[in-house]
Design a protein around this ligand. Structure first.
Ligand code: NAP
Length: 537
């Protein structure tokens, strides 16, 4: 059973650690249900008590947890129970204005804080985040139905990202360039140019529901180490996990107003935030919303990580056991709700039957059920998402795709489904289901596979499986995607690797180093000498 125990290391107030649930956790009735409710709120006790008021979580501004003057809240629906799990404040435009004003002045002081001190605070936040991984992971389980173990992994990975970012920042921001003028025709050595990286100002971070902690810190940490202030608008599903994470930064002791977190529906406060004149940079991860934001944002640097339709090209000489394992892991982890999930398999006709057979056998072994039980396939994030996925499945059925399993759905829970003999006239061949449904298109040449990959509006990642590295390199160069993985499924991590999408998949590049650089601007100081500097002696 779940156990809540006083933590051996109390940091003030009652602090608890939660031991992870056994398989008995789901399906409890009566008293069991109230146990689930108290557990759901368990993360909001002890050190997190101040972030909640009654049953509504507060927003974070000016170094304090606050109630919105709107008097309104936004409900967060548990994807498994389809009932309200949490509530967050619906912040007003006036509150956003105030947050921006404070963020602006806090940034001015922060930019003058020595780099090593900024790094020190980030390391502290990382340690606090990892220390409180259990209650934060609990929120991820309840808000976005992330399997329990993966939820813990997300928080730990986030702590590691913050620490790595602090170290990388110290290295890359500690260096600038020195240029001399006489390398350019017509110049003597009379000008010395010194360049360094300076912060942009206020960075607005908007992450998506599927990694509300990790994709928030991947924006927060680079922004802060580079001397910016940060305003976070978390996804509604995932907001409570994000608020807990923000509290870890609060506990670390960052200056007031440097980090803020405003909650509310993106459709209601999103435009006001993204078009706010105080915002100097937007780092967004999500779907097509990002395309709309890019058109409205104005003349500020944008980092956009958007959707994908990652293709997996399989050649005749590939190790089909390796391919099948990667397709199942890549296509069905977190029920396919990953930007870098394998979203279409393009396999040579001659090996397609064997590969489909192997994948089918592995799909049969996937466990399906609630996230508390750590099942492989858990409910998708919302009913509308489940309906969208079902629409793609029905379209494929009507147009004659081969169903390798029976289509089954209960509420938001969709059983894993492999669709063979998918053709380009089916929606699933092009659209991102963001669910546990994977299409297989049989191809008669590698060129056909590359053509399908490149005909997509998306260009996030892709992968190719072959024993021939020379061929793999040619295919990698031909695929119009930000990254190509050879003999492995697409993946965003490790978090310091460059990560970028072409076409509708994004603008700019993420990854720790690239994000720090993106959130800075080059500043030059030129020393002008009256005579060329090498004339003495
Ligand atoms: P989404 O619907 O685009 O939402 C992303 C974020 O935008 C949420 O925080 C959302 O808030 C907010 N938002 C909504 N409307 C807004 C507006 N008008 N202005 C500003 N912000 C607004 O995406 P999602 O459903 O959360 O995530 C799934 C998508 O993200 C998929 O397409 C997936 O491929 C993509 N993704 C990409 C990457 C990558 O790195 N390339 C990584 C992960 C996911 P609310 O929740 O309040 O609506």
């Amino acid at each position: 059973m779940v156990q809540i125990q006083p933590s051996p290391q109390r940091t003030g107030g009652d602090q608890f650690t939660i031991k992870w649930p056994s398989r008995k956790f789901s399906g409890l009735r009566g008293k069991g249900k109230s146990l689930i409710w108290s557990l759901a709120m368990a993360g909001s006790t002890g050190v997190f008590a101040e972030i909640i008021d009654g049953d509504v979580f507060k927003y974070y501004a000016d170094g304090e947890w606050k109630k919105s003057s709107s008097g309104k809240s936004v409900a967060i629906i548990n994807p498994t129970t389809r009932k309200t799990q949490y509530k967050v404040q619906a912040c007003t435009q006036e509150e956003v204005n105030k947050v921006m004003e404070i963020a602006k002045s806090a940034q001015k002081l922060w930019a003058k804080t020595p780099l090593w001190k900024r790094a020190e605070l980030l390391h502290k936040a990382a340690a606090i985040l990892k220390e409180h991984k259990a209650p934060i992971a609990e929120c991820l389980v309840k808000e976005i139905a992330k399997p329990a173990k993966d939820a813990v992994t997300e928080v730990v990975r986030s702590g590691d990202l913050v620490s790595y970012c602090a170290e990388e920042g110290v290295r890359i921001l500690g260096e600038g360039k020195f240029l001399v003028s006489d390398s350019f025709p017509g110049n003597e050595r009379t000008k010395y140019c010194l360049t360094s990286k300076i912060p942009l100002g206020v960075v607005l971070a908007i992450p998506p529901f599927n990694y509300p902690v990790n994709l928030a810190v991947s924006k927060i940490a680079p922004a802060l180490i580079a001397g910016n202030s940060l305003v976070l608008k978390p996804p509604t599903q995932g907001a409570v996990a994000a608020l807990h994470m923000v509290h870890c930064f609060h506990l670390a002791g960052f200056p007031k107003g440097l980090i803020s977190c405003v909650t509310g529906k993106g459709s209601e406060i999103g435009d006001f935030l993204t078009m706010h004149p105080a915002v100097n940079c937007i780092s967004f991860t999500g779907g097509d919303t990002g395309i709309a934001i890019s058109k409205k944002a104005g003349m500020i640097p944008l980092q956009m990580e958007l959707g994908g339709k990652d293709a997996c090209i399989v050649l005749e000489d590939a190790d089909l056991d390796l391919v099948a394992a990667n397709i199942v892991k890549g296509g069905f982890s977190y029920s396919g709700q990953r930007c870098t999930a394998v979203k279409v398999v393009l396999v040579m006709e001659s090996i397609a039957d064997t590969l489909v057979g192997k994948v089918k056998a592995k799909v049969a072994k996937l466990t399906v059920g609630p996230p508390e039980n750590d099942c492989d396939i858990t409910p998708v994030v919302s009913e509308s998402s489940a309906n969208f996925i079902e629409g793609l499945v029905m379209d494929a059925k009507q147009k004659g795709a081969t169903f390798c399993q029976e289509y089954k759905r209960e509420g938001n829970l969709i059983w894993p489904l492999l669709l063979d003999n998918v053709r380009p006239d089916m929606r699933i061949a092009w659209e991102e289901p963001f669910g546990p449904v994977l299409p297989v298109i049989r191809i008669s040449s590698v060129e056909e596979g590359i053509h399908h990959c490149n005909a997509s509006n998306f260009g996030l990642q892709g992968c190719v499986f072959t024993a021939d590295i020379n061929k793999a390199m040619l295919i990698s160069d031909a695929m119009e995607t930000g990254t190509v993985q050879i003999n492995s499924a697409p993946a965003r991590g490790p978090d310091h690797f460059p990560f970028q999408g072409l076409k509708d998949s994004g603008i700019g590049s993420q990854g720790i180093t690239n994000s720090i650089t993106m959130m800075t601007k080059i500043k030059s100081t030129v020393i002008n000498l009256p005579t060329p500097s090498y004339t003495m002696g």
